[in-house]
Design a binder for this molecule. Structure first.
Ligand SMILES: Cc1ncc(COP(=O)(O)O)c(C=O)c1O
Length: 421
Protein backbone atom coordinates (compact mmCIF):
# COMPACT_ATOMS: atom_id res chain seq x y z
CA UNK A 1 0.00 0.00 0.00
CA UNK A 2 1.44 3.34 -0.95
CA UNK A 3 1.40 6.49 1.10
CA UNK A 4 -2.25 7.45 1.02
CA UNK A 5 -5.02 7.36 3.57
CA UNK A 6 -7.73 6.60 1.07
CA UNK A 7 -8.45 4.98 -2.26
CA UNK A 8 -10.62 7.24 -4.42
CA UNK A 9 -13.28 8.68 -2.15
CA UNK A 10 -13.17 5.83 0.32
CA UNK A 11 -11.10 6.25 3.45
CA UNK A 12 -9.24 3.22 4.71
CA UNK A 13 -9.83 2.26 8.32
CA UNK A 14 -6.85 2.29 10.70
CA UNK A 15 -6.87 -1.52 10.96
CA UNK A 16 -6.28 -1.64 7.18
CA UNK A 17 -3.64 1.07 7.25
CA UNK A 18 -1.84 -0.82 10.03
CA UNK A 19 -1.19 -3.64 7.54
CA UNK A 20 0.42 -1.69 4.77
CA UNK A 21 0.37 2.09 4.93
CA UNK A 22 3.72 3.68 4.15
CA UNK A 23 5.30 0.51 2.72
CA UNK A 24 6.03 -0.14 -0.92
CA UNK A 25 6.99 -3.83 -1.52
CA UNK A 26 8.68 -2.88 -4.79
CA UNK A 27 11.40 -1.15 -2.81
CA UNK A 28 12.10 -4.36 -0.85
CA UNK A 29 12.33 -7.14 -3.49
CA UNK A 30 8.55 -7.67 -3.40
CA UNK A 31 8.57 -8.76 0.24
CA UNK A 32 4.96 -8.62 1.49
CA UNK A 33 6.12 -7.84 5.01
CA UNK A 34 8.57 -5.00 5.58
CA UNK A 35 12.09 -6.22 6.36
CA UNK A 36 13.93 -4.99 9.47
CA UNK A 37 16.18 -2.16 8.40
CA UNK A 38 18.95 -2.99 10.88
CA UNK A 39 21.28 -0.21 9.90
CA UNK A 40 22.63 2.79 11.73
CA UNK A 41 23.26 4.81 8.58
CA UNK A 42 22.02 5.20 4.98
CA UNK A 43 24.07 5.59 1.81
CA UNK A 44 23.51 8.73 -0.32
CA UNK A 45 23.42 8.58 -4.14
CA UNK A 46 25.59 11.69 -4.32
CA UNK A 47 27.17 14.34 -2.11
CA UNK A 48 24.54 16.81 -3.28
CA UNK A 49 21.75 14.45 -2.20
CA UNK A 50 23.37 14.11 1.26
CA UNK A 51 23.60 17.88 1.54
CA UNK A 52 19.96 18.34 0.56
CA UNK A 53 18.79 15.65 3.03
CA UNK A 54 20.65 17.43 5.84
CA UNK A 55 19.23 20.81 4.84
CA UNK A 56 15.72 19.43 5.30
CA UNK A 57 16.55 17.54 8.49
CA UNK A 58 17.98 20.66 10.14
CA UNK A 59 15.25 22.96 8.81
CA UNK A 60 17.71 24.99 6.71
CA UNK A 61 15.26 25.15 3.80
CA UNK A 62 11.62 24.42 3.05
CA UNK A 63 10.89 21.12 1.23
CA UNK A 64 10.23 21.31 -2.50
CA UNK A 65 6.72 20.37 -3.67
CA UNK A 66 6.18 16.67 -2.73
CA UNK A 67 9.71 16.27 -1.31
CA UNK A 68 9.98 13.90 1.65
CA UNK A 69 12.72 13.71 4.27
CA UNK A 70 15.57 11.50 3.01
CA UNK A 71 16.99 8.66 5.06
CA UNK A 72 20.19 9.76 6.82
CA UNK A 73 20.98 8.03 10.11
CA UNK A 74 18.78 5.91 12.40
CA UNK A 75 18.84 8.44 15.25
CA UNK A 76 17.01 10.79 12.85
CA UNK A 77 14.87 8.38 10.84
CA UNK A 78 14.55 4.75 9.82
CA UNK A 79 11.94 3.01 7.63
CA UNK A 80 10.66 0.71 10.41
CA UNK A 81 10.13 3.64 12.75
CA UNK A 82 8.62 5.82 10.02
CA UNK A 83 6.07 3.19 8.99
CA UNK A 84 4.99 2.68 12.60
CA UNK A 85 4.83 6.45 13.20
CA UNK A 86 2.75 7.07 10.07
CA UNK A 87 0.32 4.29 10.96
CA UNK A 88 -0.19 5.44 14.56
CA UNK A 89 -0.56 9.04 13.36
CA UNK A 90 -3.20 7.91 10.85
CA UNK A 91 -5.01 6.04 13.64
CA UNK A 92 -4.89 9.12 15.88
CA UNK A 93 -6.01 11.35 12.99
CA UNK A 94 -2.87 13.45 13.30
CA UNK A 95 -0.24 14.46 10.78
CA UNK A 96 3.02 13.12 12.14
CA UNK A 97 4.45 10.72 14.70
CA UNK A 98 7.70 10.10 16.56
CA UNK A 99 8.77 6.79 18.11
CA UNK A 100 10.84 6.79 21.29
CA UNK A 101 12.97 4.49 23.43
CA UNK A 102 10.21 4.35 26.08
CA UNK A 103 6.95 5.97 27.09
CA UNK A 104 8.96 8.13 29.49
CA UNK A 105 11.29 9.16 26.66
CA UNK A 106 8.20 10.25 24.67
CA UNK A 107 6.84 12.23 27.63
CA UNK A 108 10.16 13.81 28.65
CA UNK A 109 11.17 14.73 25.09
CA UNK A 110 7.75 16.19 24.31
CA UNK A 111 7.72 18.30 27.48
CA UNK A 112 11.28 19.54 27.03
CA UNK A 113 10.55 20.44 23.40
CA UNK A 114 7.41 22.42 24.21
CA UNK A 115 8.30 24.40 27.37
CA UNK A 116 11.04 26.85 28.41
CA UNK A 117 12.45 27.94 31.80
CA UNK A 118 9.79 29.90 33.70
CA UNK A 119 6.96 27.84 32.17
CA UNK A 120 4.32 26.08 34.22
CA UNK A 121 3.04 22.62 33.30
CA UNK A 122 -0.40 21.84 34.72
CA UNK A 123 -1.03 18.12 34.97
CA UNK A 124 -3.98 16.05 36.03
CA UNK A 125 -3.42 13.73 39.00
CA UNK A 126 -3.00 10.82 39.33
CA UNK A 127 -0.63 10.22 36.47
CA UNK A 128 1.77 7.31 35.95
CA UNK A 129 4.43 7.41 38.72
CA UNK A 130 7.31 8.10 36.32
CA UNK A 131 5.47 11.09 34.84
CA UNK A 132 4.81 12.36 38.36
CA UNK A 133 8.52 12.00 39.20
CA UNK A 134 9.54 13.91 36.06
CA UNK A 135 7.15 16.77 36.85
CA UNK A 136 7.89 16.82 40.57
CA UNK A 137 11.65 16.25 40.74
CA UNK A 138 13.32 16.69 37.35
CA UNK A 139 11.64 19.58 35.54
CA UNK A 140 12.01 22.05 38.47
CA UNK A 141 15.81 21.69 38.03
CA UNK A 142 15.35 23.23 34.58
CA UNK A 143 13.15 26.08 35.84
CA UNK A 144 9.87 24.44 34.84
CA UNK A 145 7.22 24.48 37.55
CA UNK A 146 4.37 22.03 37.88
CA UNK A 147 0.89 22.22 39.33
CA UNK A 148 -1.45 19.26 39.74
CA UNK A 149 -5.24 19.34 39.37
CA UNK A 150 -7.36 16.32 40.28
CA UNK A 151 -8.34 14.27 37.20
CA UNK A 152 -12.08 14.00 36.61
CA UNK A 153 -15.14 16.22 36.41
CA UNK A 154 -13.55 19.11 38.32
CA UNK A 155 -10.36 19.27 36.21
CA UNK A 156 -11.43 22.03 33.76
CA UNK A 157 -12.54 24.38 36.57
CA UNK A 158 -9.38 23.56 38.55
CA UNK A 159 -7.24 24.32 35.46
CA UNK A 160 -8.90 27.75 35.16
CA UNK A 161 -8.20 28.44 38.84
CA UNK A 162 -4.56 27.36 38.66
CA UNK A 163 -3.99 29.36 35.46
CA UNK A 164 -5.31 32.51 37.17
CA UNK A 165 -3.10 31.80 40.19
CA UNK A 166 0.20 31.27 38.34
CA UNK A 167 -0.50 33.65 35.44
CA UNK A 168 -2.26 32.49 32.27
CA UNK A 169 0.70 33.41 30.08
CA UNK A 170 3.08 31.20 32.10
CA UNK A 171 1.10 28.00 31.49
CA UNK A 172 2.76 26.45 28.42
CA UNK A 173 1.53 22.91 28.75
CA UNK A 174 -1.48 21.06 30.07
CA UNK A 175 -0.84 17.36 30.56
CA UNK A 176 -3.81 15.03 30.82
CA UNK A 177 -3.71 11.30 31.43
CA UNK A 178 -7.16 9.91 30.70
CA UNK A 179 -8.36 7.56 31.94
CA UNK A 180 -5.92 8.08 34.78
CA UNK A 181 -3.62 5.30 35.86
CA UNK A 182 -4.67 3.65 38.19
CA UNK A 183 -7.90 5.38 39.29
CA UNK A 184 -9.42 5.10 35.76
CA UNK A 185 -11.07 8.50 36.18
CA UNK A 186 -11.82 10.31 32.90
CA UNK A 187 -10.93 13.93 32.18
CA UNK A 188 -12.77 15.89 29.49
CA UNK A 189 -10.22 16.41 26.69
CA UNK A 190 -12.42 18.86 24.71
CA UNK A 191 -13.03 21.03 27.79
CA UNK A 192 -9.32 21.02 28.71
CA UNK A 193 -8.43 21.87 25.07
CA UNK A 194 -10.83 24.84 25.04
CA UNK A 195 -9.16 26.30 28.15
CA UNK A 196 -5.61 25.46 27.01
CA UNK A 197 -6.22 27.39 23.76
CA UNK A 198 -6.42 30.59 25.82
CA UNK A 199 -3.21 29.97 27.78
CA UNK A 200 0.40 30.89 27.06
CA UNK A 201 1.58 33.89 25.05
CA UNK A 202 0.54 34.80 21.54
CA UNK A 203 4.05 33.83 20.35
CA UNK A 204 4.19 30.72 22.59
CA UNK A 205 0.77 29.14 22.86
CA UNK A 206 0.18 26.46 25.48
CA UNK A 207 -0.19 22.91 24.20
CA UNK A 208 -2.47 20.13 25.41
CA UNK A 209 -0.69 16.78 25.69
CA UNK A 210 -2.77 13.66 26.32
CA UNK A 211 -1.34 10.37 27.54
CA UNK A 212 -3.57 7.95 25.62
CA UNK A 213 -1.86 4.76 26.84
CA UNK A 214 -4.80 3.14 28.59
CA UNK A 215 -7.50 3.29 25.89
CA UNK A 216 -5.84 4.44 22.71
CA UNK A 217 -5.65 4.24 19.84
CA UNK A 218 -8.55 1.77 19.55
CA UNK A 219 -11.04 3.20 22.07
CA UNK A 220 -10.05 6.87 22.31
CA UNK A 221 -8.84 9.58 19.91
CA UNK A 222 -7.89 12.80 21.71
CA UNK A 223 -6.61 14.77 18.68
CA UNK A 224 -10.00 15.46 17.05
CA UNK A 225 -11.12 16.67 20.51
CA UNK A 226 -8.34 19.27 20.54
CA UNK A 227 -5.19 17.57 21.90
CA UNK A 228 -2.01 18.98 20.34
CA UNK A 229 0.05 15.88 21.12
CA UNK A 230 -1.21 12.36 21.78
CA UNK A 231 1.32 10.08 23.37
CA UNK A 232 1.67 6.50 24.47
CA UNK A 233 3.81 4.13 26.36
CA UNK A 234 4.07 1.76 23.37
CA UNK A 235 5.40 -0.78 25.86
CA UNK A 236 1.71 -1.38 26.68
CA UNK A 237 -1.09 -2.14 24.19
CA UNK A 238 0.72 -0.96 21.05
CA UNK A 239 3.67 -3.31 21.67
CA UNK A 240 1.18 -5.61 23.32
CA UNK A 241 3.39 -8.61 24.14
CA UNK A 242 5.46 -7.34 27.10
CA UNK A 243 8.63 -7.93 25.10
CA UNK A 244 9.79 -4.38 24.44
CA UNK A 245 10.01 -0.88 25.91
CA UNK A 246 9.01 1.99 23.61
CA UNK A 247 6.94 5.14 23.28
CA UNK A 248 5.27 7.12 20.52
CA UNK A 249 3.84 10.62 20.18
CA UNK A 250 1.71 12.02 17.37
CA UNK A 251 0.32 15.45 16.54
CA UNK A 252 0.20 18.29 14.05
CA UNK A 253 3.38 18.66 11.97
CA UNK A 254 4.14 22.13 13.41
CA UNK A 255 4.31 20.65 16.94
CA UNK A 256 5.87 17.30 16.05
CA UNK A 257 8.71 19.00 14.15
CA UNK A 258 9.78 20.60 17.45
CA UNK A 259 9.48 17.25 19.23
CA UNK A 260 11.48 15.52 16.49
CA UNK A 261 14.21 18.18 16.73
CA UNK A 262 14.62 17.31 20.43
CA UNK A 263 14.47 13.57 19.74
CA UNK A 264 17.28 13.88 17.21
CA UNK A 265 19.56 15.78 19.56
CA UNK A 266 18.67 14.04 22.83
CA UNK A 267 18.83 10.69 21.04
CA UNK A 268 15.69 9.36 22.70
CA UNK A 269 14.71 7.36 19.62
CA UNK A 270 14.16 3.58 19.71
CA UNK A 271 15.92 0.91 17.64
CA UNK A 272 14.92 -0.32 14.15
CA UNK A 273 14.19 -3.78 15.57
CA UNK A 274 11.80 -2.33 18.13
CA UNK A 275 10.22 -0.36 15.29
CA UNK A 276 9.69 -3.61 13.38
CA UNK A 277 8.21 -5.34 16.45
CA UNK A 278 5.88 -2.37 16.96
CA UNK A 279 4.81 -2.46 13.30
CA UNK A 280 3.98 -6.12 13.63
CA UNK A 281 2.08 -5.59 16.88
CA UNK A 282 0.04 -2.70 15.49
CA UNK A 283 -1.53 -5.16 13.04
CA UNK A 284 -3.31 -6.92 15.91
CA UNK A 285 -3.85 -4.11 18.42
CA UNK A 286 -7.52 -3.70 17.59
CA UNK A 287 -8.25 -7.43 17.88
CA UNK A 288 -6.26 -7.74 21.11
CA UNK A 289 -7.75 -4.68 22.80
CA UNK A 290 -11.31 -5.64 21.91
CA UNK A 291 -10.92 -9.21 23.13
CA UNK A 292 -9.13 -8.11 26.32
CA UNK A 293 -11.89 -5.56 27.00
CA UNK A 294 -14.56 -8.23 26.58
CA UNK A 295 -12.92 -10.44 29.20
CA UNK A 296 -12.26 -7.45 31.50
CA UNK A 297 -15.95 -6.56 31.54
CA UNK A 298 -16.83 -10.05 32.83
CA UNK A 299 -14.17 -9.82 35.53
CA UNK A 300 -15.29 -6.33 36.57
CA UNK A 301 -18.87 -7.62 36.97
CA UNK A 302 -17.62 -10.50 39.08
CA UNK A 303 -15.64 -8.11 41.28
CA UNK A 304 -18.63 -5.82 41.66
CA UNK A 305 -20.66 -8.67 43.16
CA UNK A 306 -17.89 -9.94 45.44
CA UNK A 307 -18.40 -9.33 49.19
CA UNK A 308 -14.67 -8.72 49.82
CA UNK A 309 -14.51 -5.90 47.23
CA UNK A 310 -15.38 -2.43 48.48
CA UNK A 311 -15.23 -0.59 45.14
CA UNK A 312 -14.49 -1.40 41.50
CA UNK A 313 -13.12 1.18 39.06
CA UNK A 314 -13.84 0.20 35.48
CA UNK A 315 -15.15 2.55 32.77
CA UNK A 316 -17.70 -0.05 31.67
CA UNK A 317 -19.38 0.02 35.09
CA UNK A 318 -19.94 3.77 35.39
CA UNK A 319 -23.38 4.68 36.71
CA UNK A 320 -25.78 6.06 34.06
CA UNK A 321 -26.78 9.62 34.91
CA UNK A 322 -23.35 10.56 36.31
CA UNK A 323 -21.08 13.09 34.55
CA UNK A 324 -18.32 10.44 34.26
CA UNK A 325 -20.73 8.09 32.45
CA UNK A 326 -21.75 10.83 30.02
CA UNK A 327 -18.11 11.82 29.44
CA UNK A 328 -17.04 8.21 28.89
CA UNK A 329 -19.68 7.82 26.18
CA UNK A 330 -18.70 11.13 24.54
CA UNK A 331 -14.99 10.48 24.60
CA UNK A 332 -14.43 6.73 24.35
CA UNK A 333 -15.74 3.88 22.23
CA UNK A 334 -14.81 1.06 24.62
CA UNK A 335 -13.95 0.46 28.26
CA UNK A 336 -10.55 -1.22 27.82
CA UNK A 337 -9.02 -3.91 29.97
CA UNK A 338 -7.66 -2.12 33.03
CA UNK A 339 -9.57 -2.59 36.27
CA UNK A 340 -8.69 -1.38 39.71
CA UNK A 341 -10.52 -2.43 42.85
CA UNK A 342 -10.32 -1.74 46.51
CA UNK A 343 -10.39 -4.17 49.38
CA UNK A 344 -10.73 -3.57 53.11
CA UNK A 345 -7.70 -4.20 55.30
CA UNK A 346 -5.22 -1.89 53.54
CA UNK A 347 -1.83 -3.02 52.32
CA UNK A 348 -1.71 -6.15 54.47
CA UNK A 349 -4.89 -7.61 53.01
CA UNK A 350 -4.05 -6.39 49.49
CA UNK A 351 -0.68 -8.19 49.69
CA UNK A 352 -2.35 -11.42 50.90
CA UNK A 353 -4.58 -11.31 47.82
CA UNK A 354 -1.72 -10.40 45.47
CA UNK A 355 0.38 -13.33 46.66
CA UNK A 356 -2.36 -15.86 45.83
CA UNK A 357 -2.71 -15.13 42.11
CA UNK A 358 -1.49 -17.93 39.84
CA UNK A 359 -2.65 -16.99 36.35
CA UNK A 360 -2.40 -13.21 36.77
CA UNK A 361 1.33 -12.50 37.15
CA UNK A 362 2.42 -10.23 39.98
CA UNK A 363 4.22 -7.62 37.90
CA UNK A 364 3.95 -3.96 36.96
CA UNK A 365 3.10 -2.82 33.42
CA UNK A 366 -0.07 -3.42 31.46
CA UNK A 367 -1.54 -3.99 28.03
CA UNK A 368 0.29 -7.22 27.23
CA UNK A 369 -1.18 -10.53 26.12
CA UNK A 370 -0.74 -11.93 29.64
CA UNK A 371 -2.76 -10.73 32.63
CA UNK A 372 -0.88 -8.77 35.27
CA UNK A 373 -1.72 -7.65 38.79
CA UNK A 374 0.04 -5.03 40.92
CA UNK A 375 -0.26 -2.77 43.96
CA UNK A 376 -0.03 0.86 42.75
CA UNK A 377 0.55 2.53 46.15
CA UNK A 378 3.74 0.52 46.84
CA UNK A 379 4.85 -0.13 43.24
CA UNK A 380 4.07 2.05 40.20
CA UNK A 381 3.05 5.06 42.34
CA UNK A 382 5.46 4.47 45.26
CA UNK A 383 7.20 7.82 44.83
CA UNK A 384 4.00 9.85 45.26
CA UNK A 385 3.49 10.94 48.90
CA UNK A 386 0.83 8.72 50.57
CA UNK A 387 -1.64 11.60 51.24
CA UNK A 388 -1.39 12.79 47.64
CA UNK A 389 -1.95 9.21 46.47
CA UNK A 390 -4.90 8.73 48.84
CA UNK A 391 -6.51 12.02 47.76
CA UNK A 392 -6.79 10.70 44.20
CA UNK A 393 -7.90 7.19 45.10
CA UNK A 394 -4.53 5.41 45.18
CA UNK A 395 -5.12 3.86 48.59
CA UNK A 396 -3.20 1.00 50.28
CA UNK A 397 -6.16 -1.30 49.56
CA UNK A 398 -6.16 -0.63 45.80
CA UNK A 399 -5.20 -3.46 43.42
CA UNK A 400 -4.77 -2.95 39.66
CA UNK A 401 -5.44 -5.60 37.04
CA UNK A 402 -4.39 -5.64 33.40
CA UNK A 403 -6.51 -8.27 31.69
CA UNK A 404 -4.83 -10.29 28.95
CA UNK A 405 -5.81 -12.96 26.45
CA UNK A 406 -5.99 -16.04 28.67
CA UNK A 407 -9.25 -17.97 28.73
CA UNK A 408 -11.86 -16.02 30.68
CA UNK A 409 -12.82 -18.94 32.94
CA UNK A 410 -9.20 -19.39 34.11
CA UNK A 411 -8.95 -15.72 34.97
CA UNK A 412 -12.28 -15.79 36.80
CA UNK A 413 -11.20 -18.80 38.87
CA UNK A 414 -7.86 -17.18 39.64
CA UNK A 415 -9.50 -13.95 40.79
CA UNK A 416 -11.98 -15.75 43.02
CA UNK A 417 -9.19 -17.89 44.48
CA UNK A 418 -7.06 -14.82 45.26
CA UNK A 419 -10.00 -13.01 46.89
CA UNK A 420 -10.44 -15.91 49.34
CA UNK A 421 -7.27 -14.72 51.10
C1 LIG B 1 -0.05 5.69 31.47
C2 LIG B 1 1.43 5.50 31.33
N1 LIG B 1 2.17 6.43 30.68
C3 LIG B 1 3.50 6.30 30.54
C4 LIG B 1 4.18 5.21 31.06
C5 LIG B 1 5.67 5.11 30.89
O1 LIG B 1 5.98 4.22 29.88
P1 LIG B 1 7.36 3.39 29.75
O2 LIG B 1 7.41 2.45 30.90
O3 LIG B 1 7.23 2.74 28.42
O4 LIG B 1 8.46 4.39 29.83
C6 LIG B 1 3.46 4.21 31.71
C7 LIG B 1 4.17 3.04 32.25
O5 LIG B 1 3.65 2.24 32.98
C8 LIG B 1 2.05 4.36 31.86
O6 LIG B 1 1.30 3.44 32.49
Amino acid sequence: MKRHHSSGNREFNPETLALGYGYDPELSAGSVKPPVFLTSTFQFHSALEGKRFFELAYGLREPDEGEEAGLIYSRLNNPNLQMFEERVAAWDRTEKGATFASGMAAIATTILALVEPGSVVVSTSPVYGGTHYLLEHILPRFGVERRFVPAGDGAPAALERVAEEVGRDRVRMVFVETPANPSLVHTDVAAMAAITAGLGRSDFRAGLVVDNTLLGPVFQRPAPLGADVVLYSATKFLGGHSDLIAGVATGAARVMDKVLEFRTILGTVTTPFNGWLLQRSLETVSVRMRRQAKTARKLALLLQEHPRVRAVHYPGLLQPGTPQHALFHRQCTGAGSMISFEVDGGEEQAFRILDRFEVFRLAVSLGGTESLVEHPASMTHADVPPDENASVGVTPGLIRLSVGLEHRSDLQRDLLHALEA
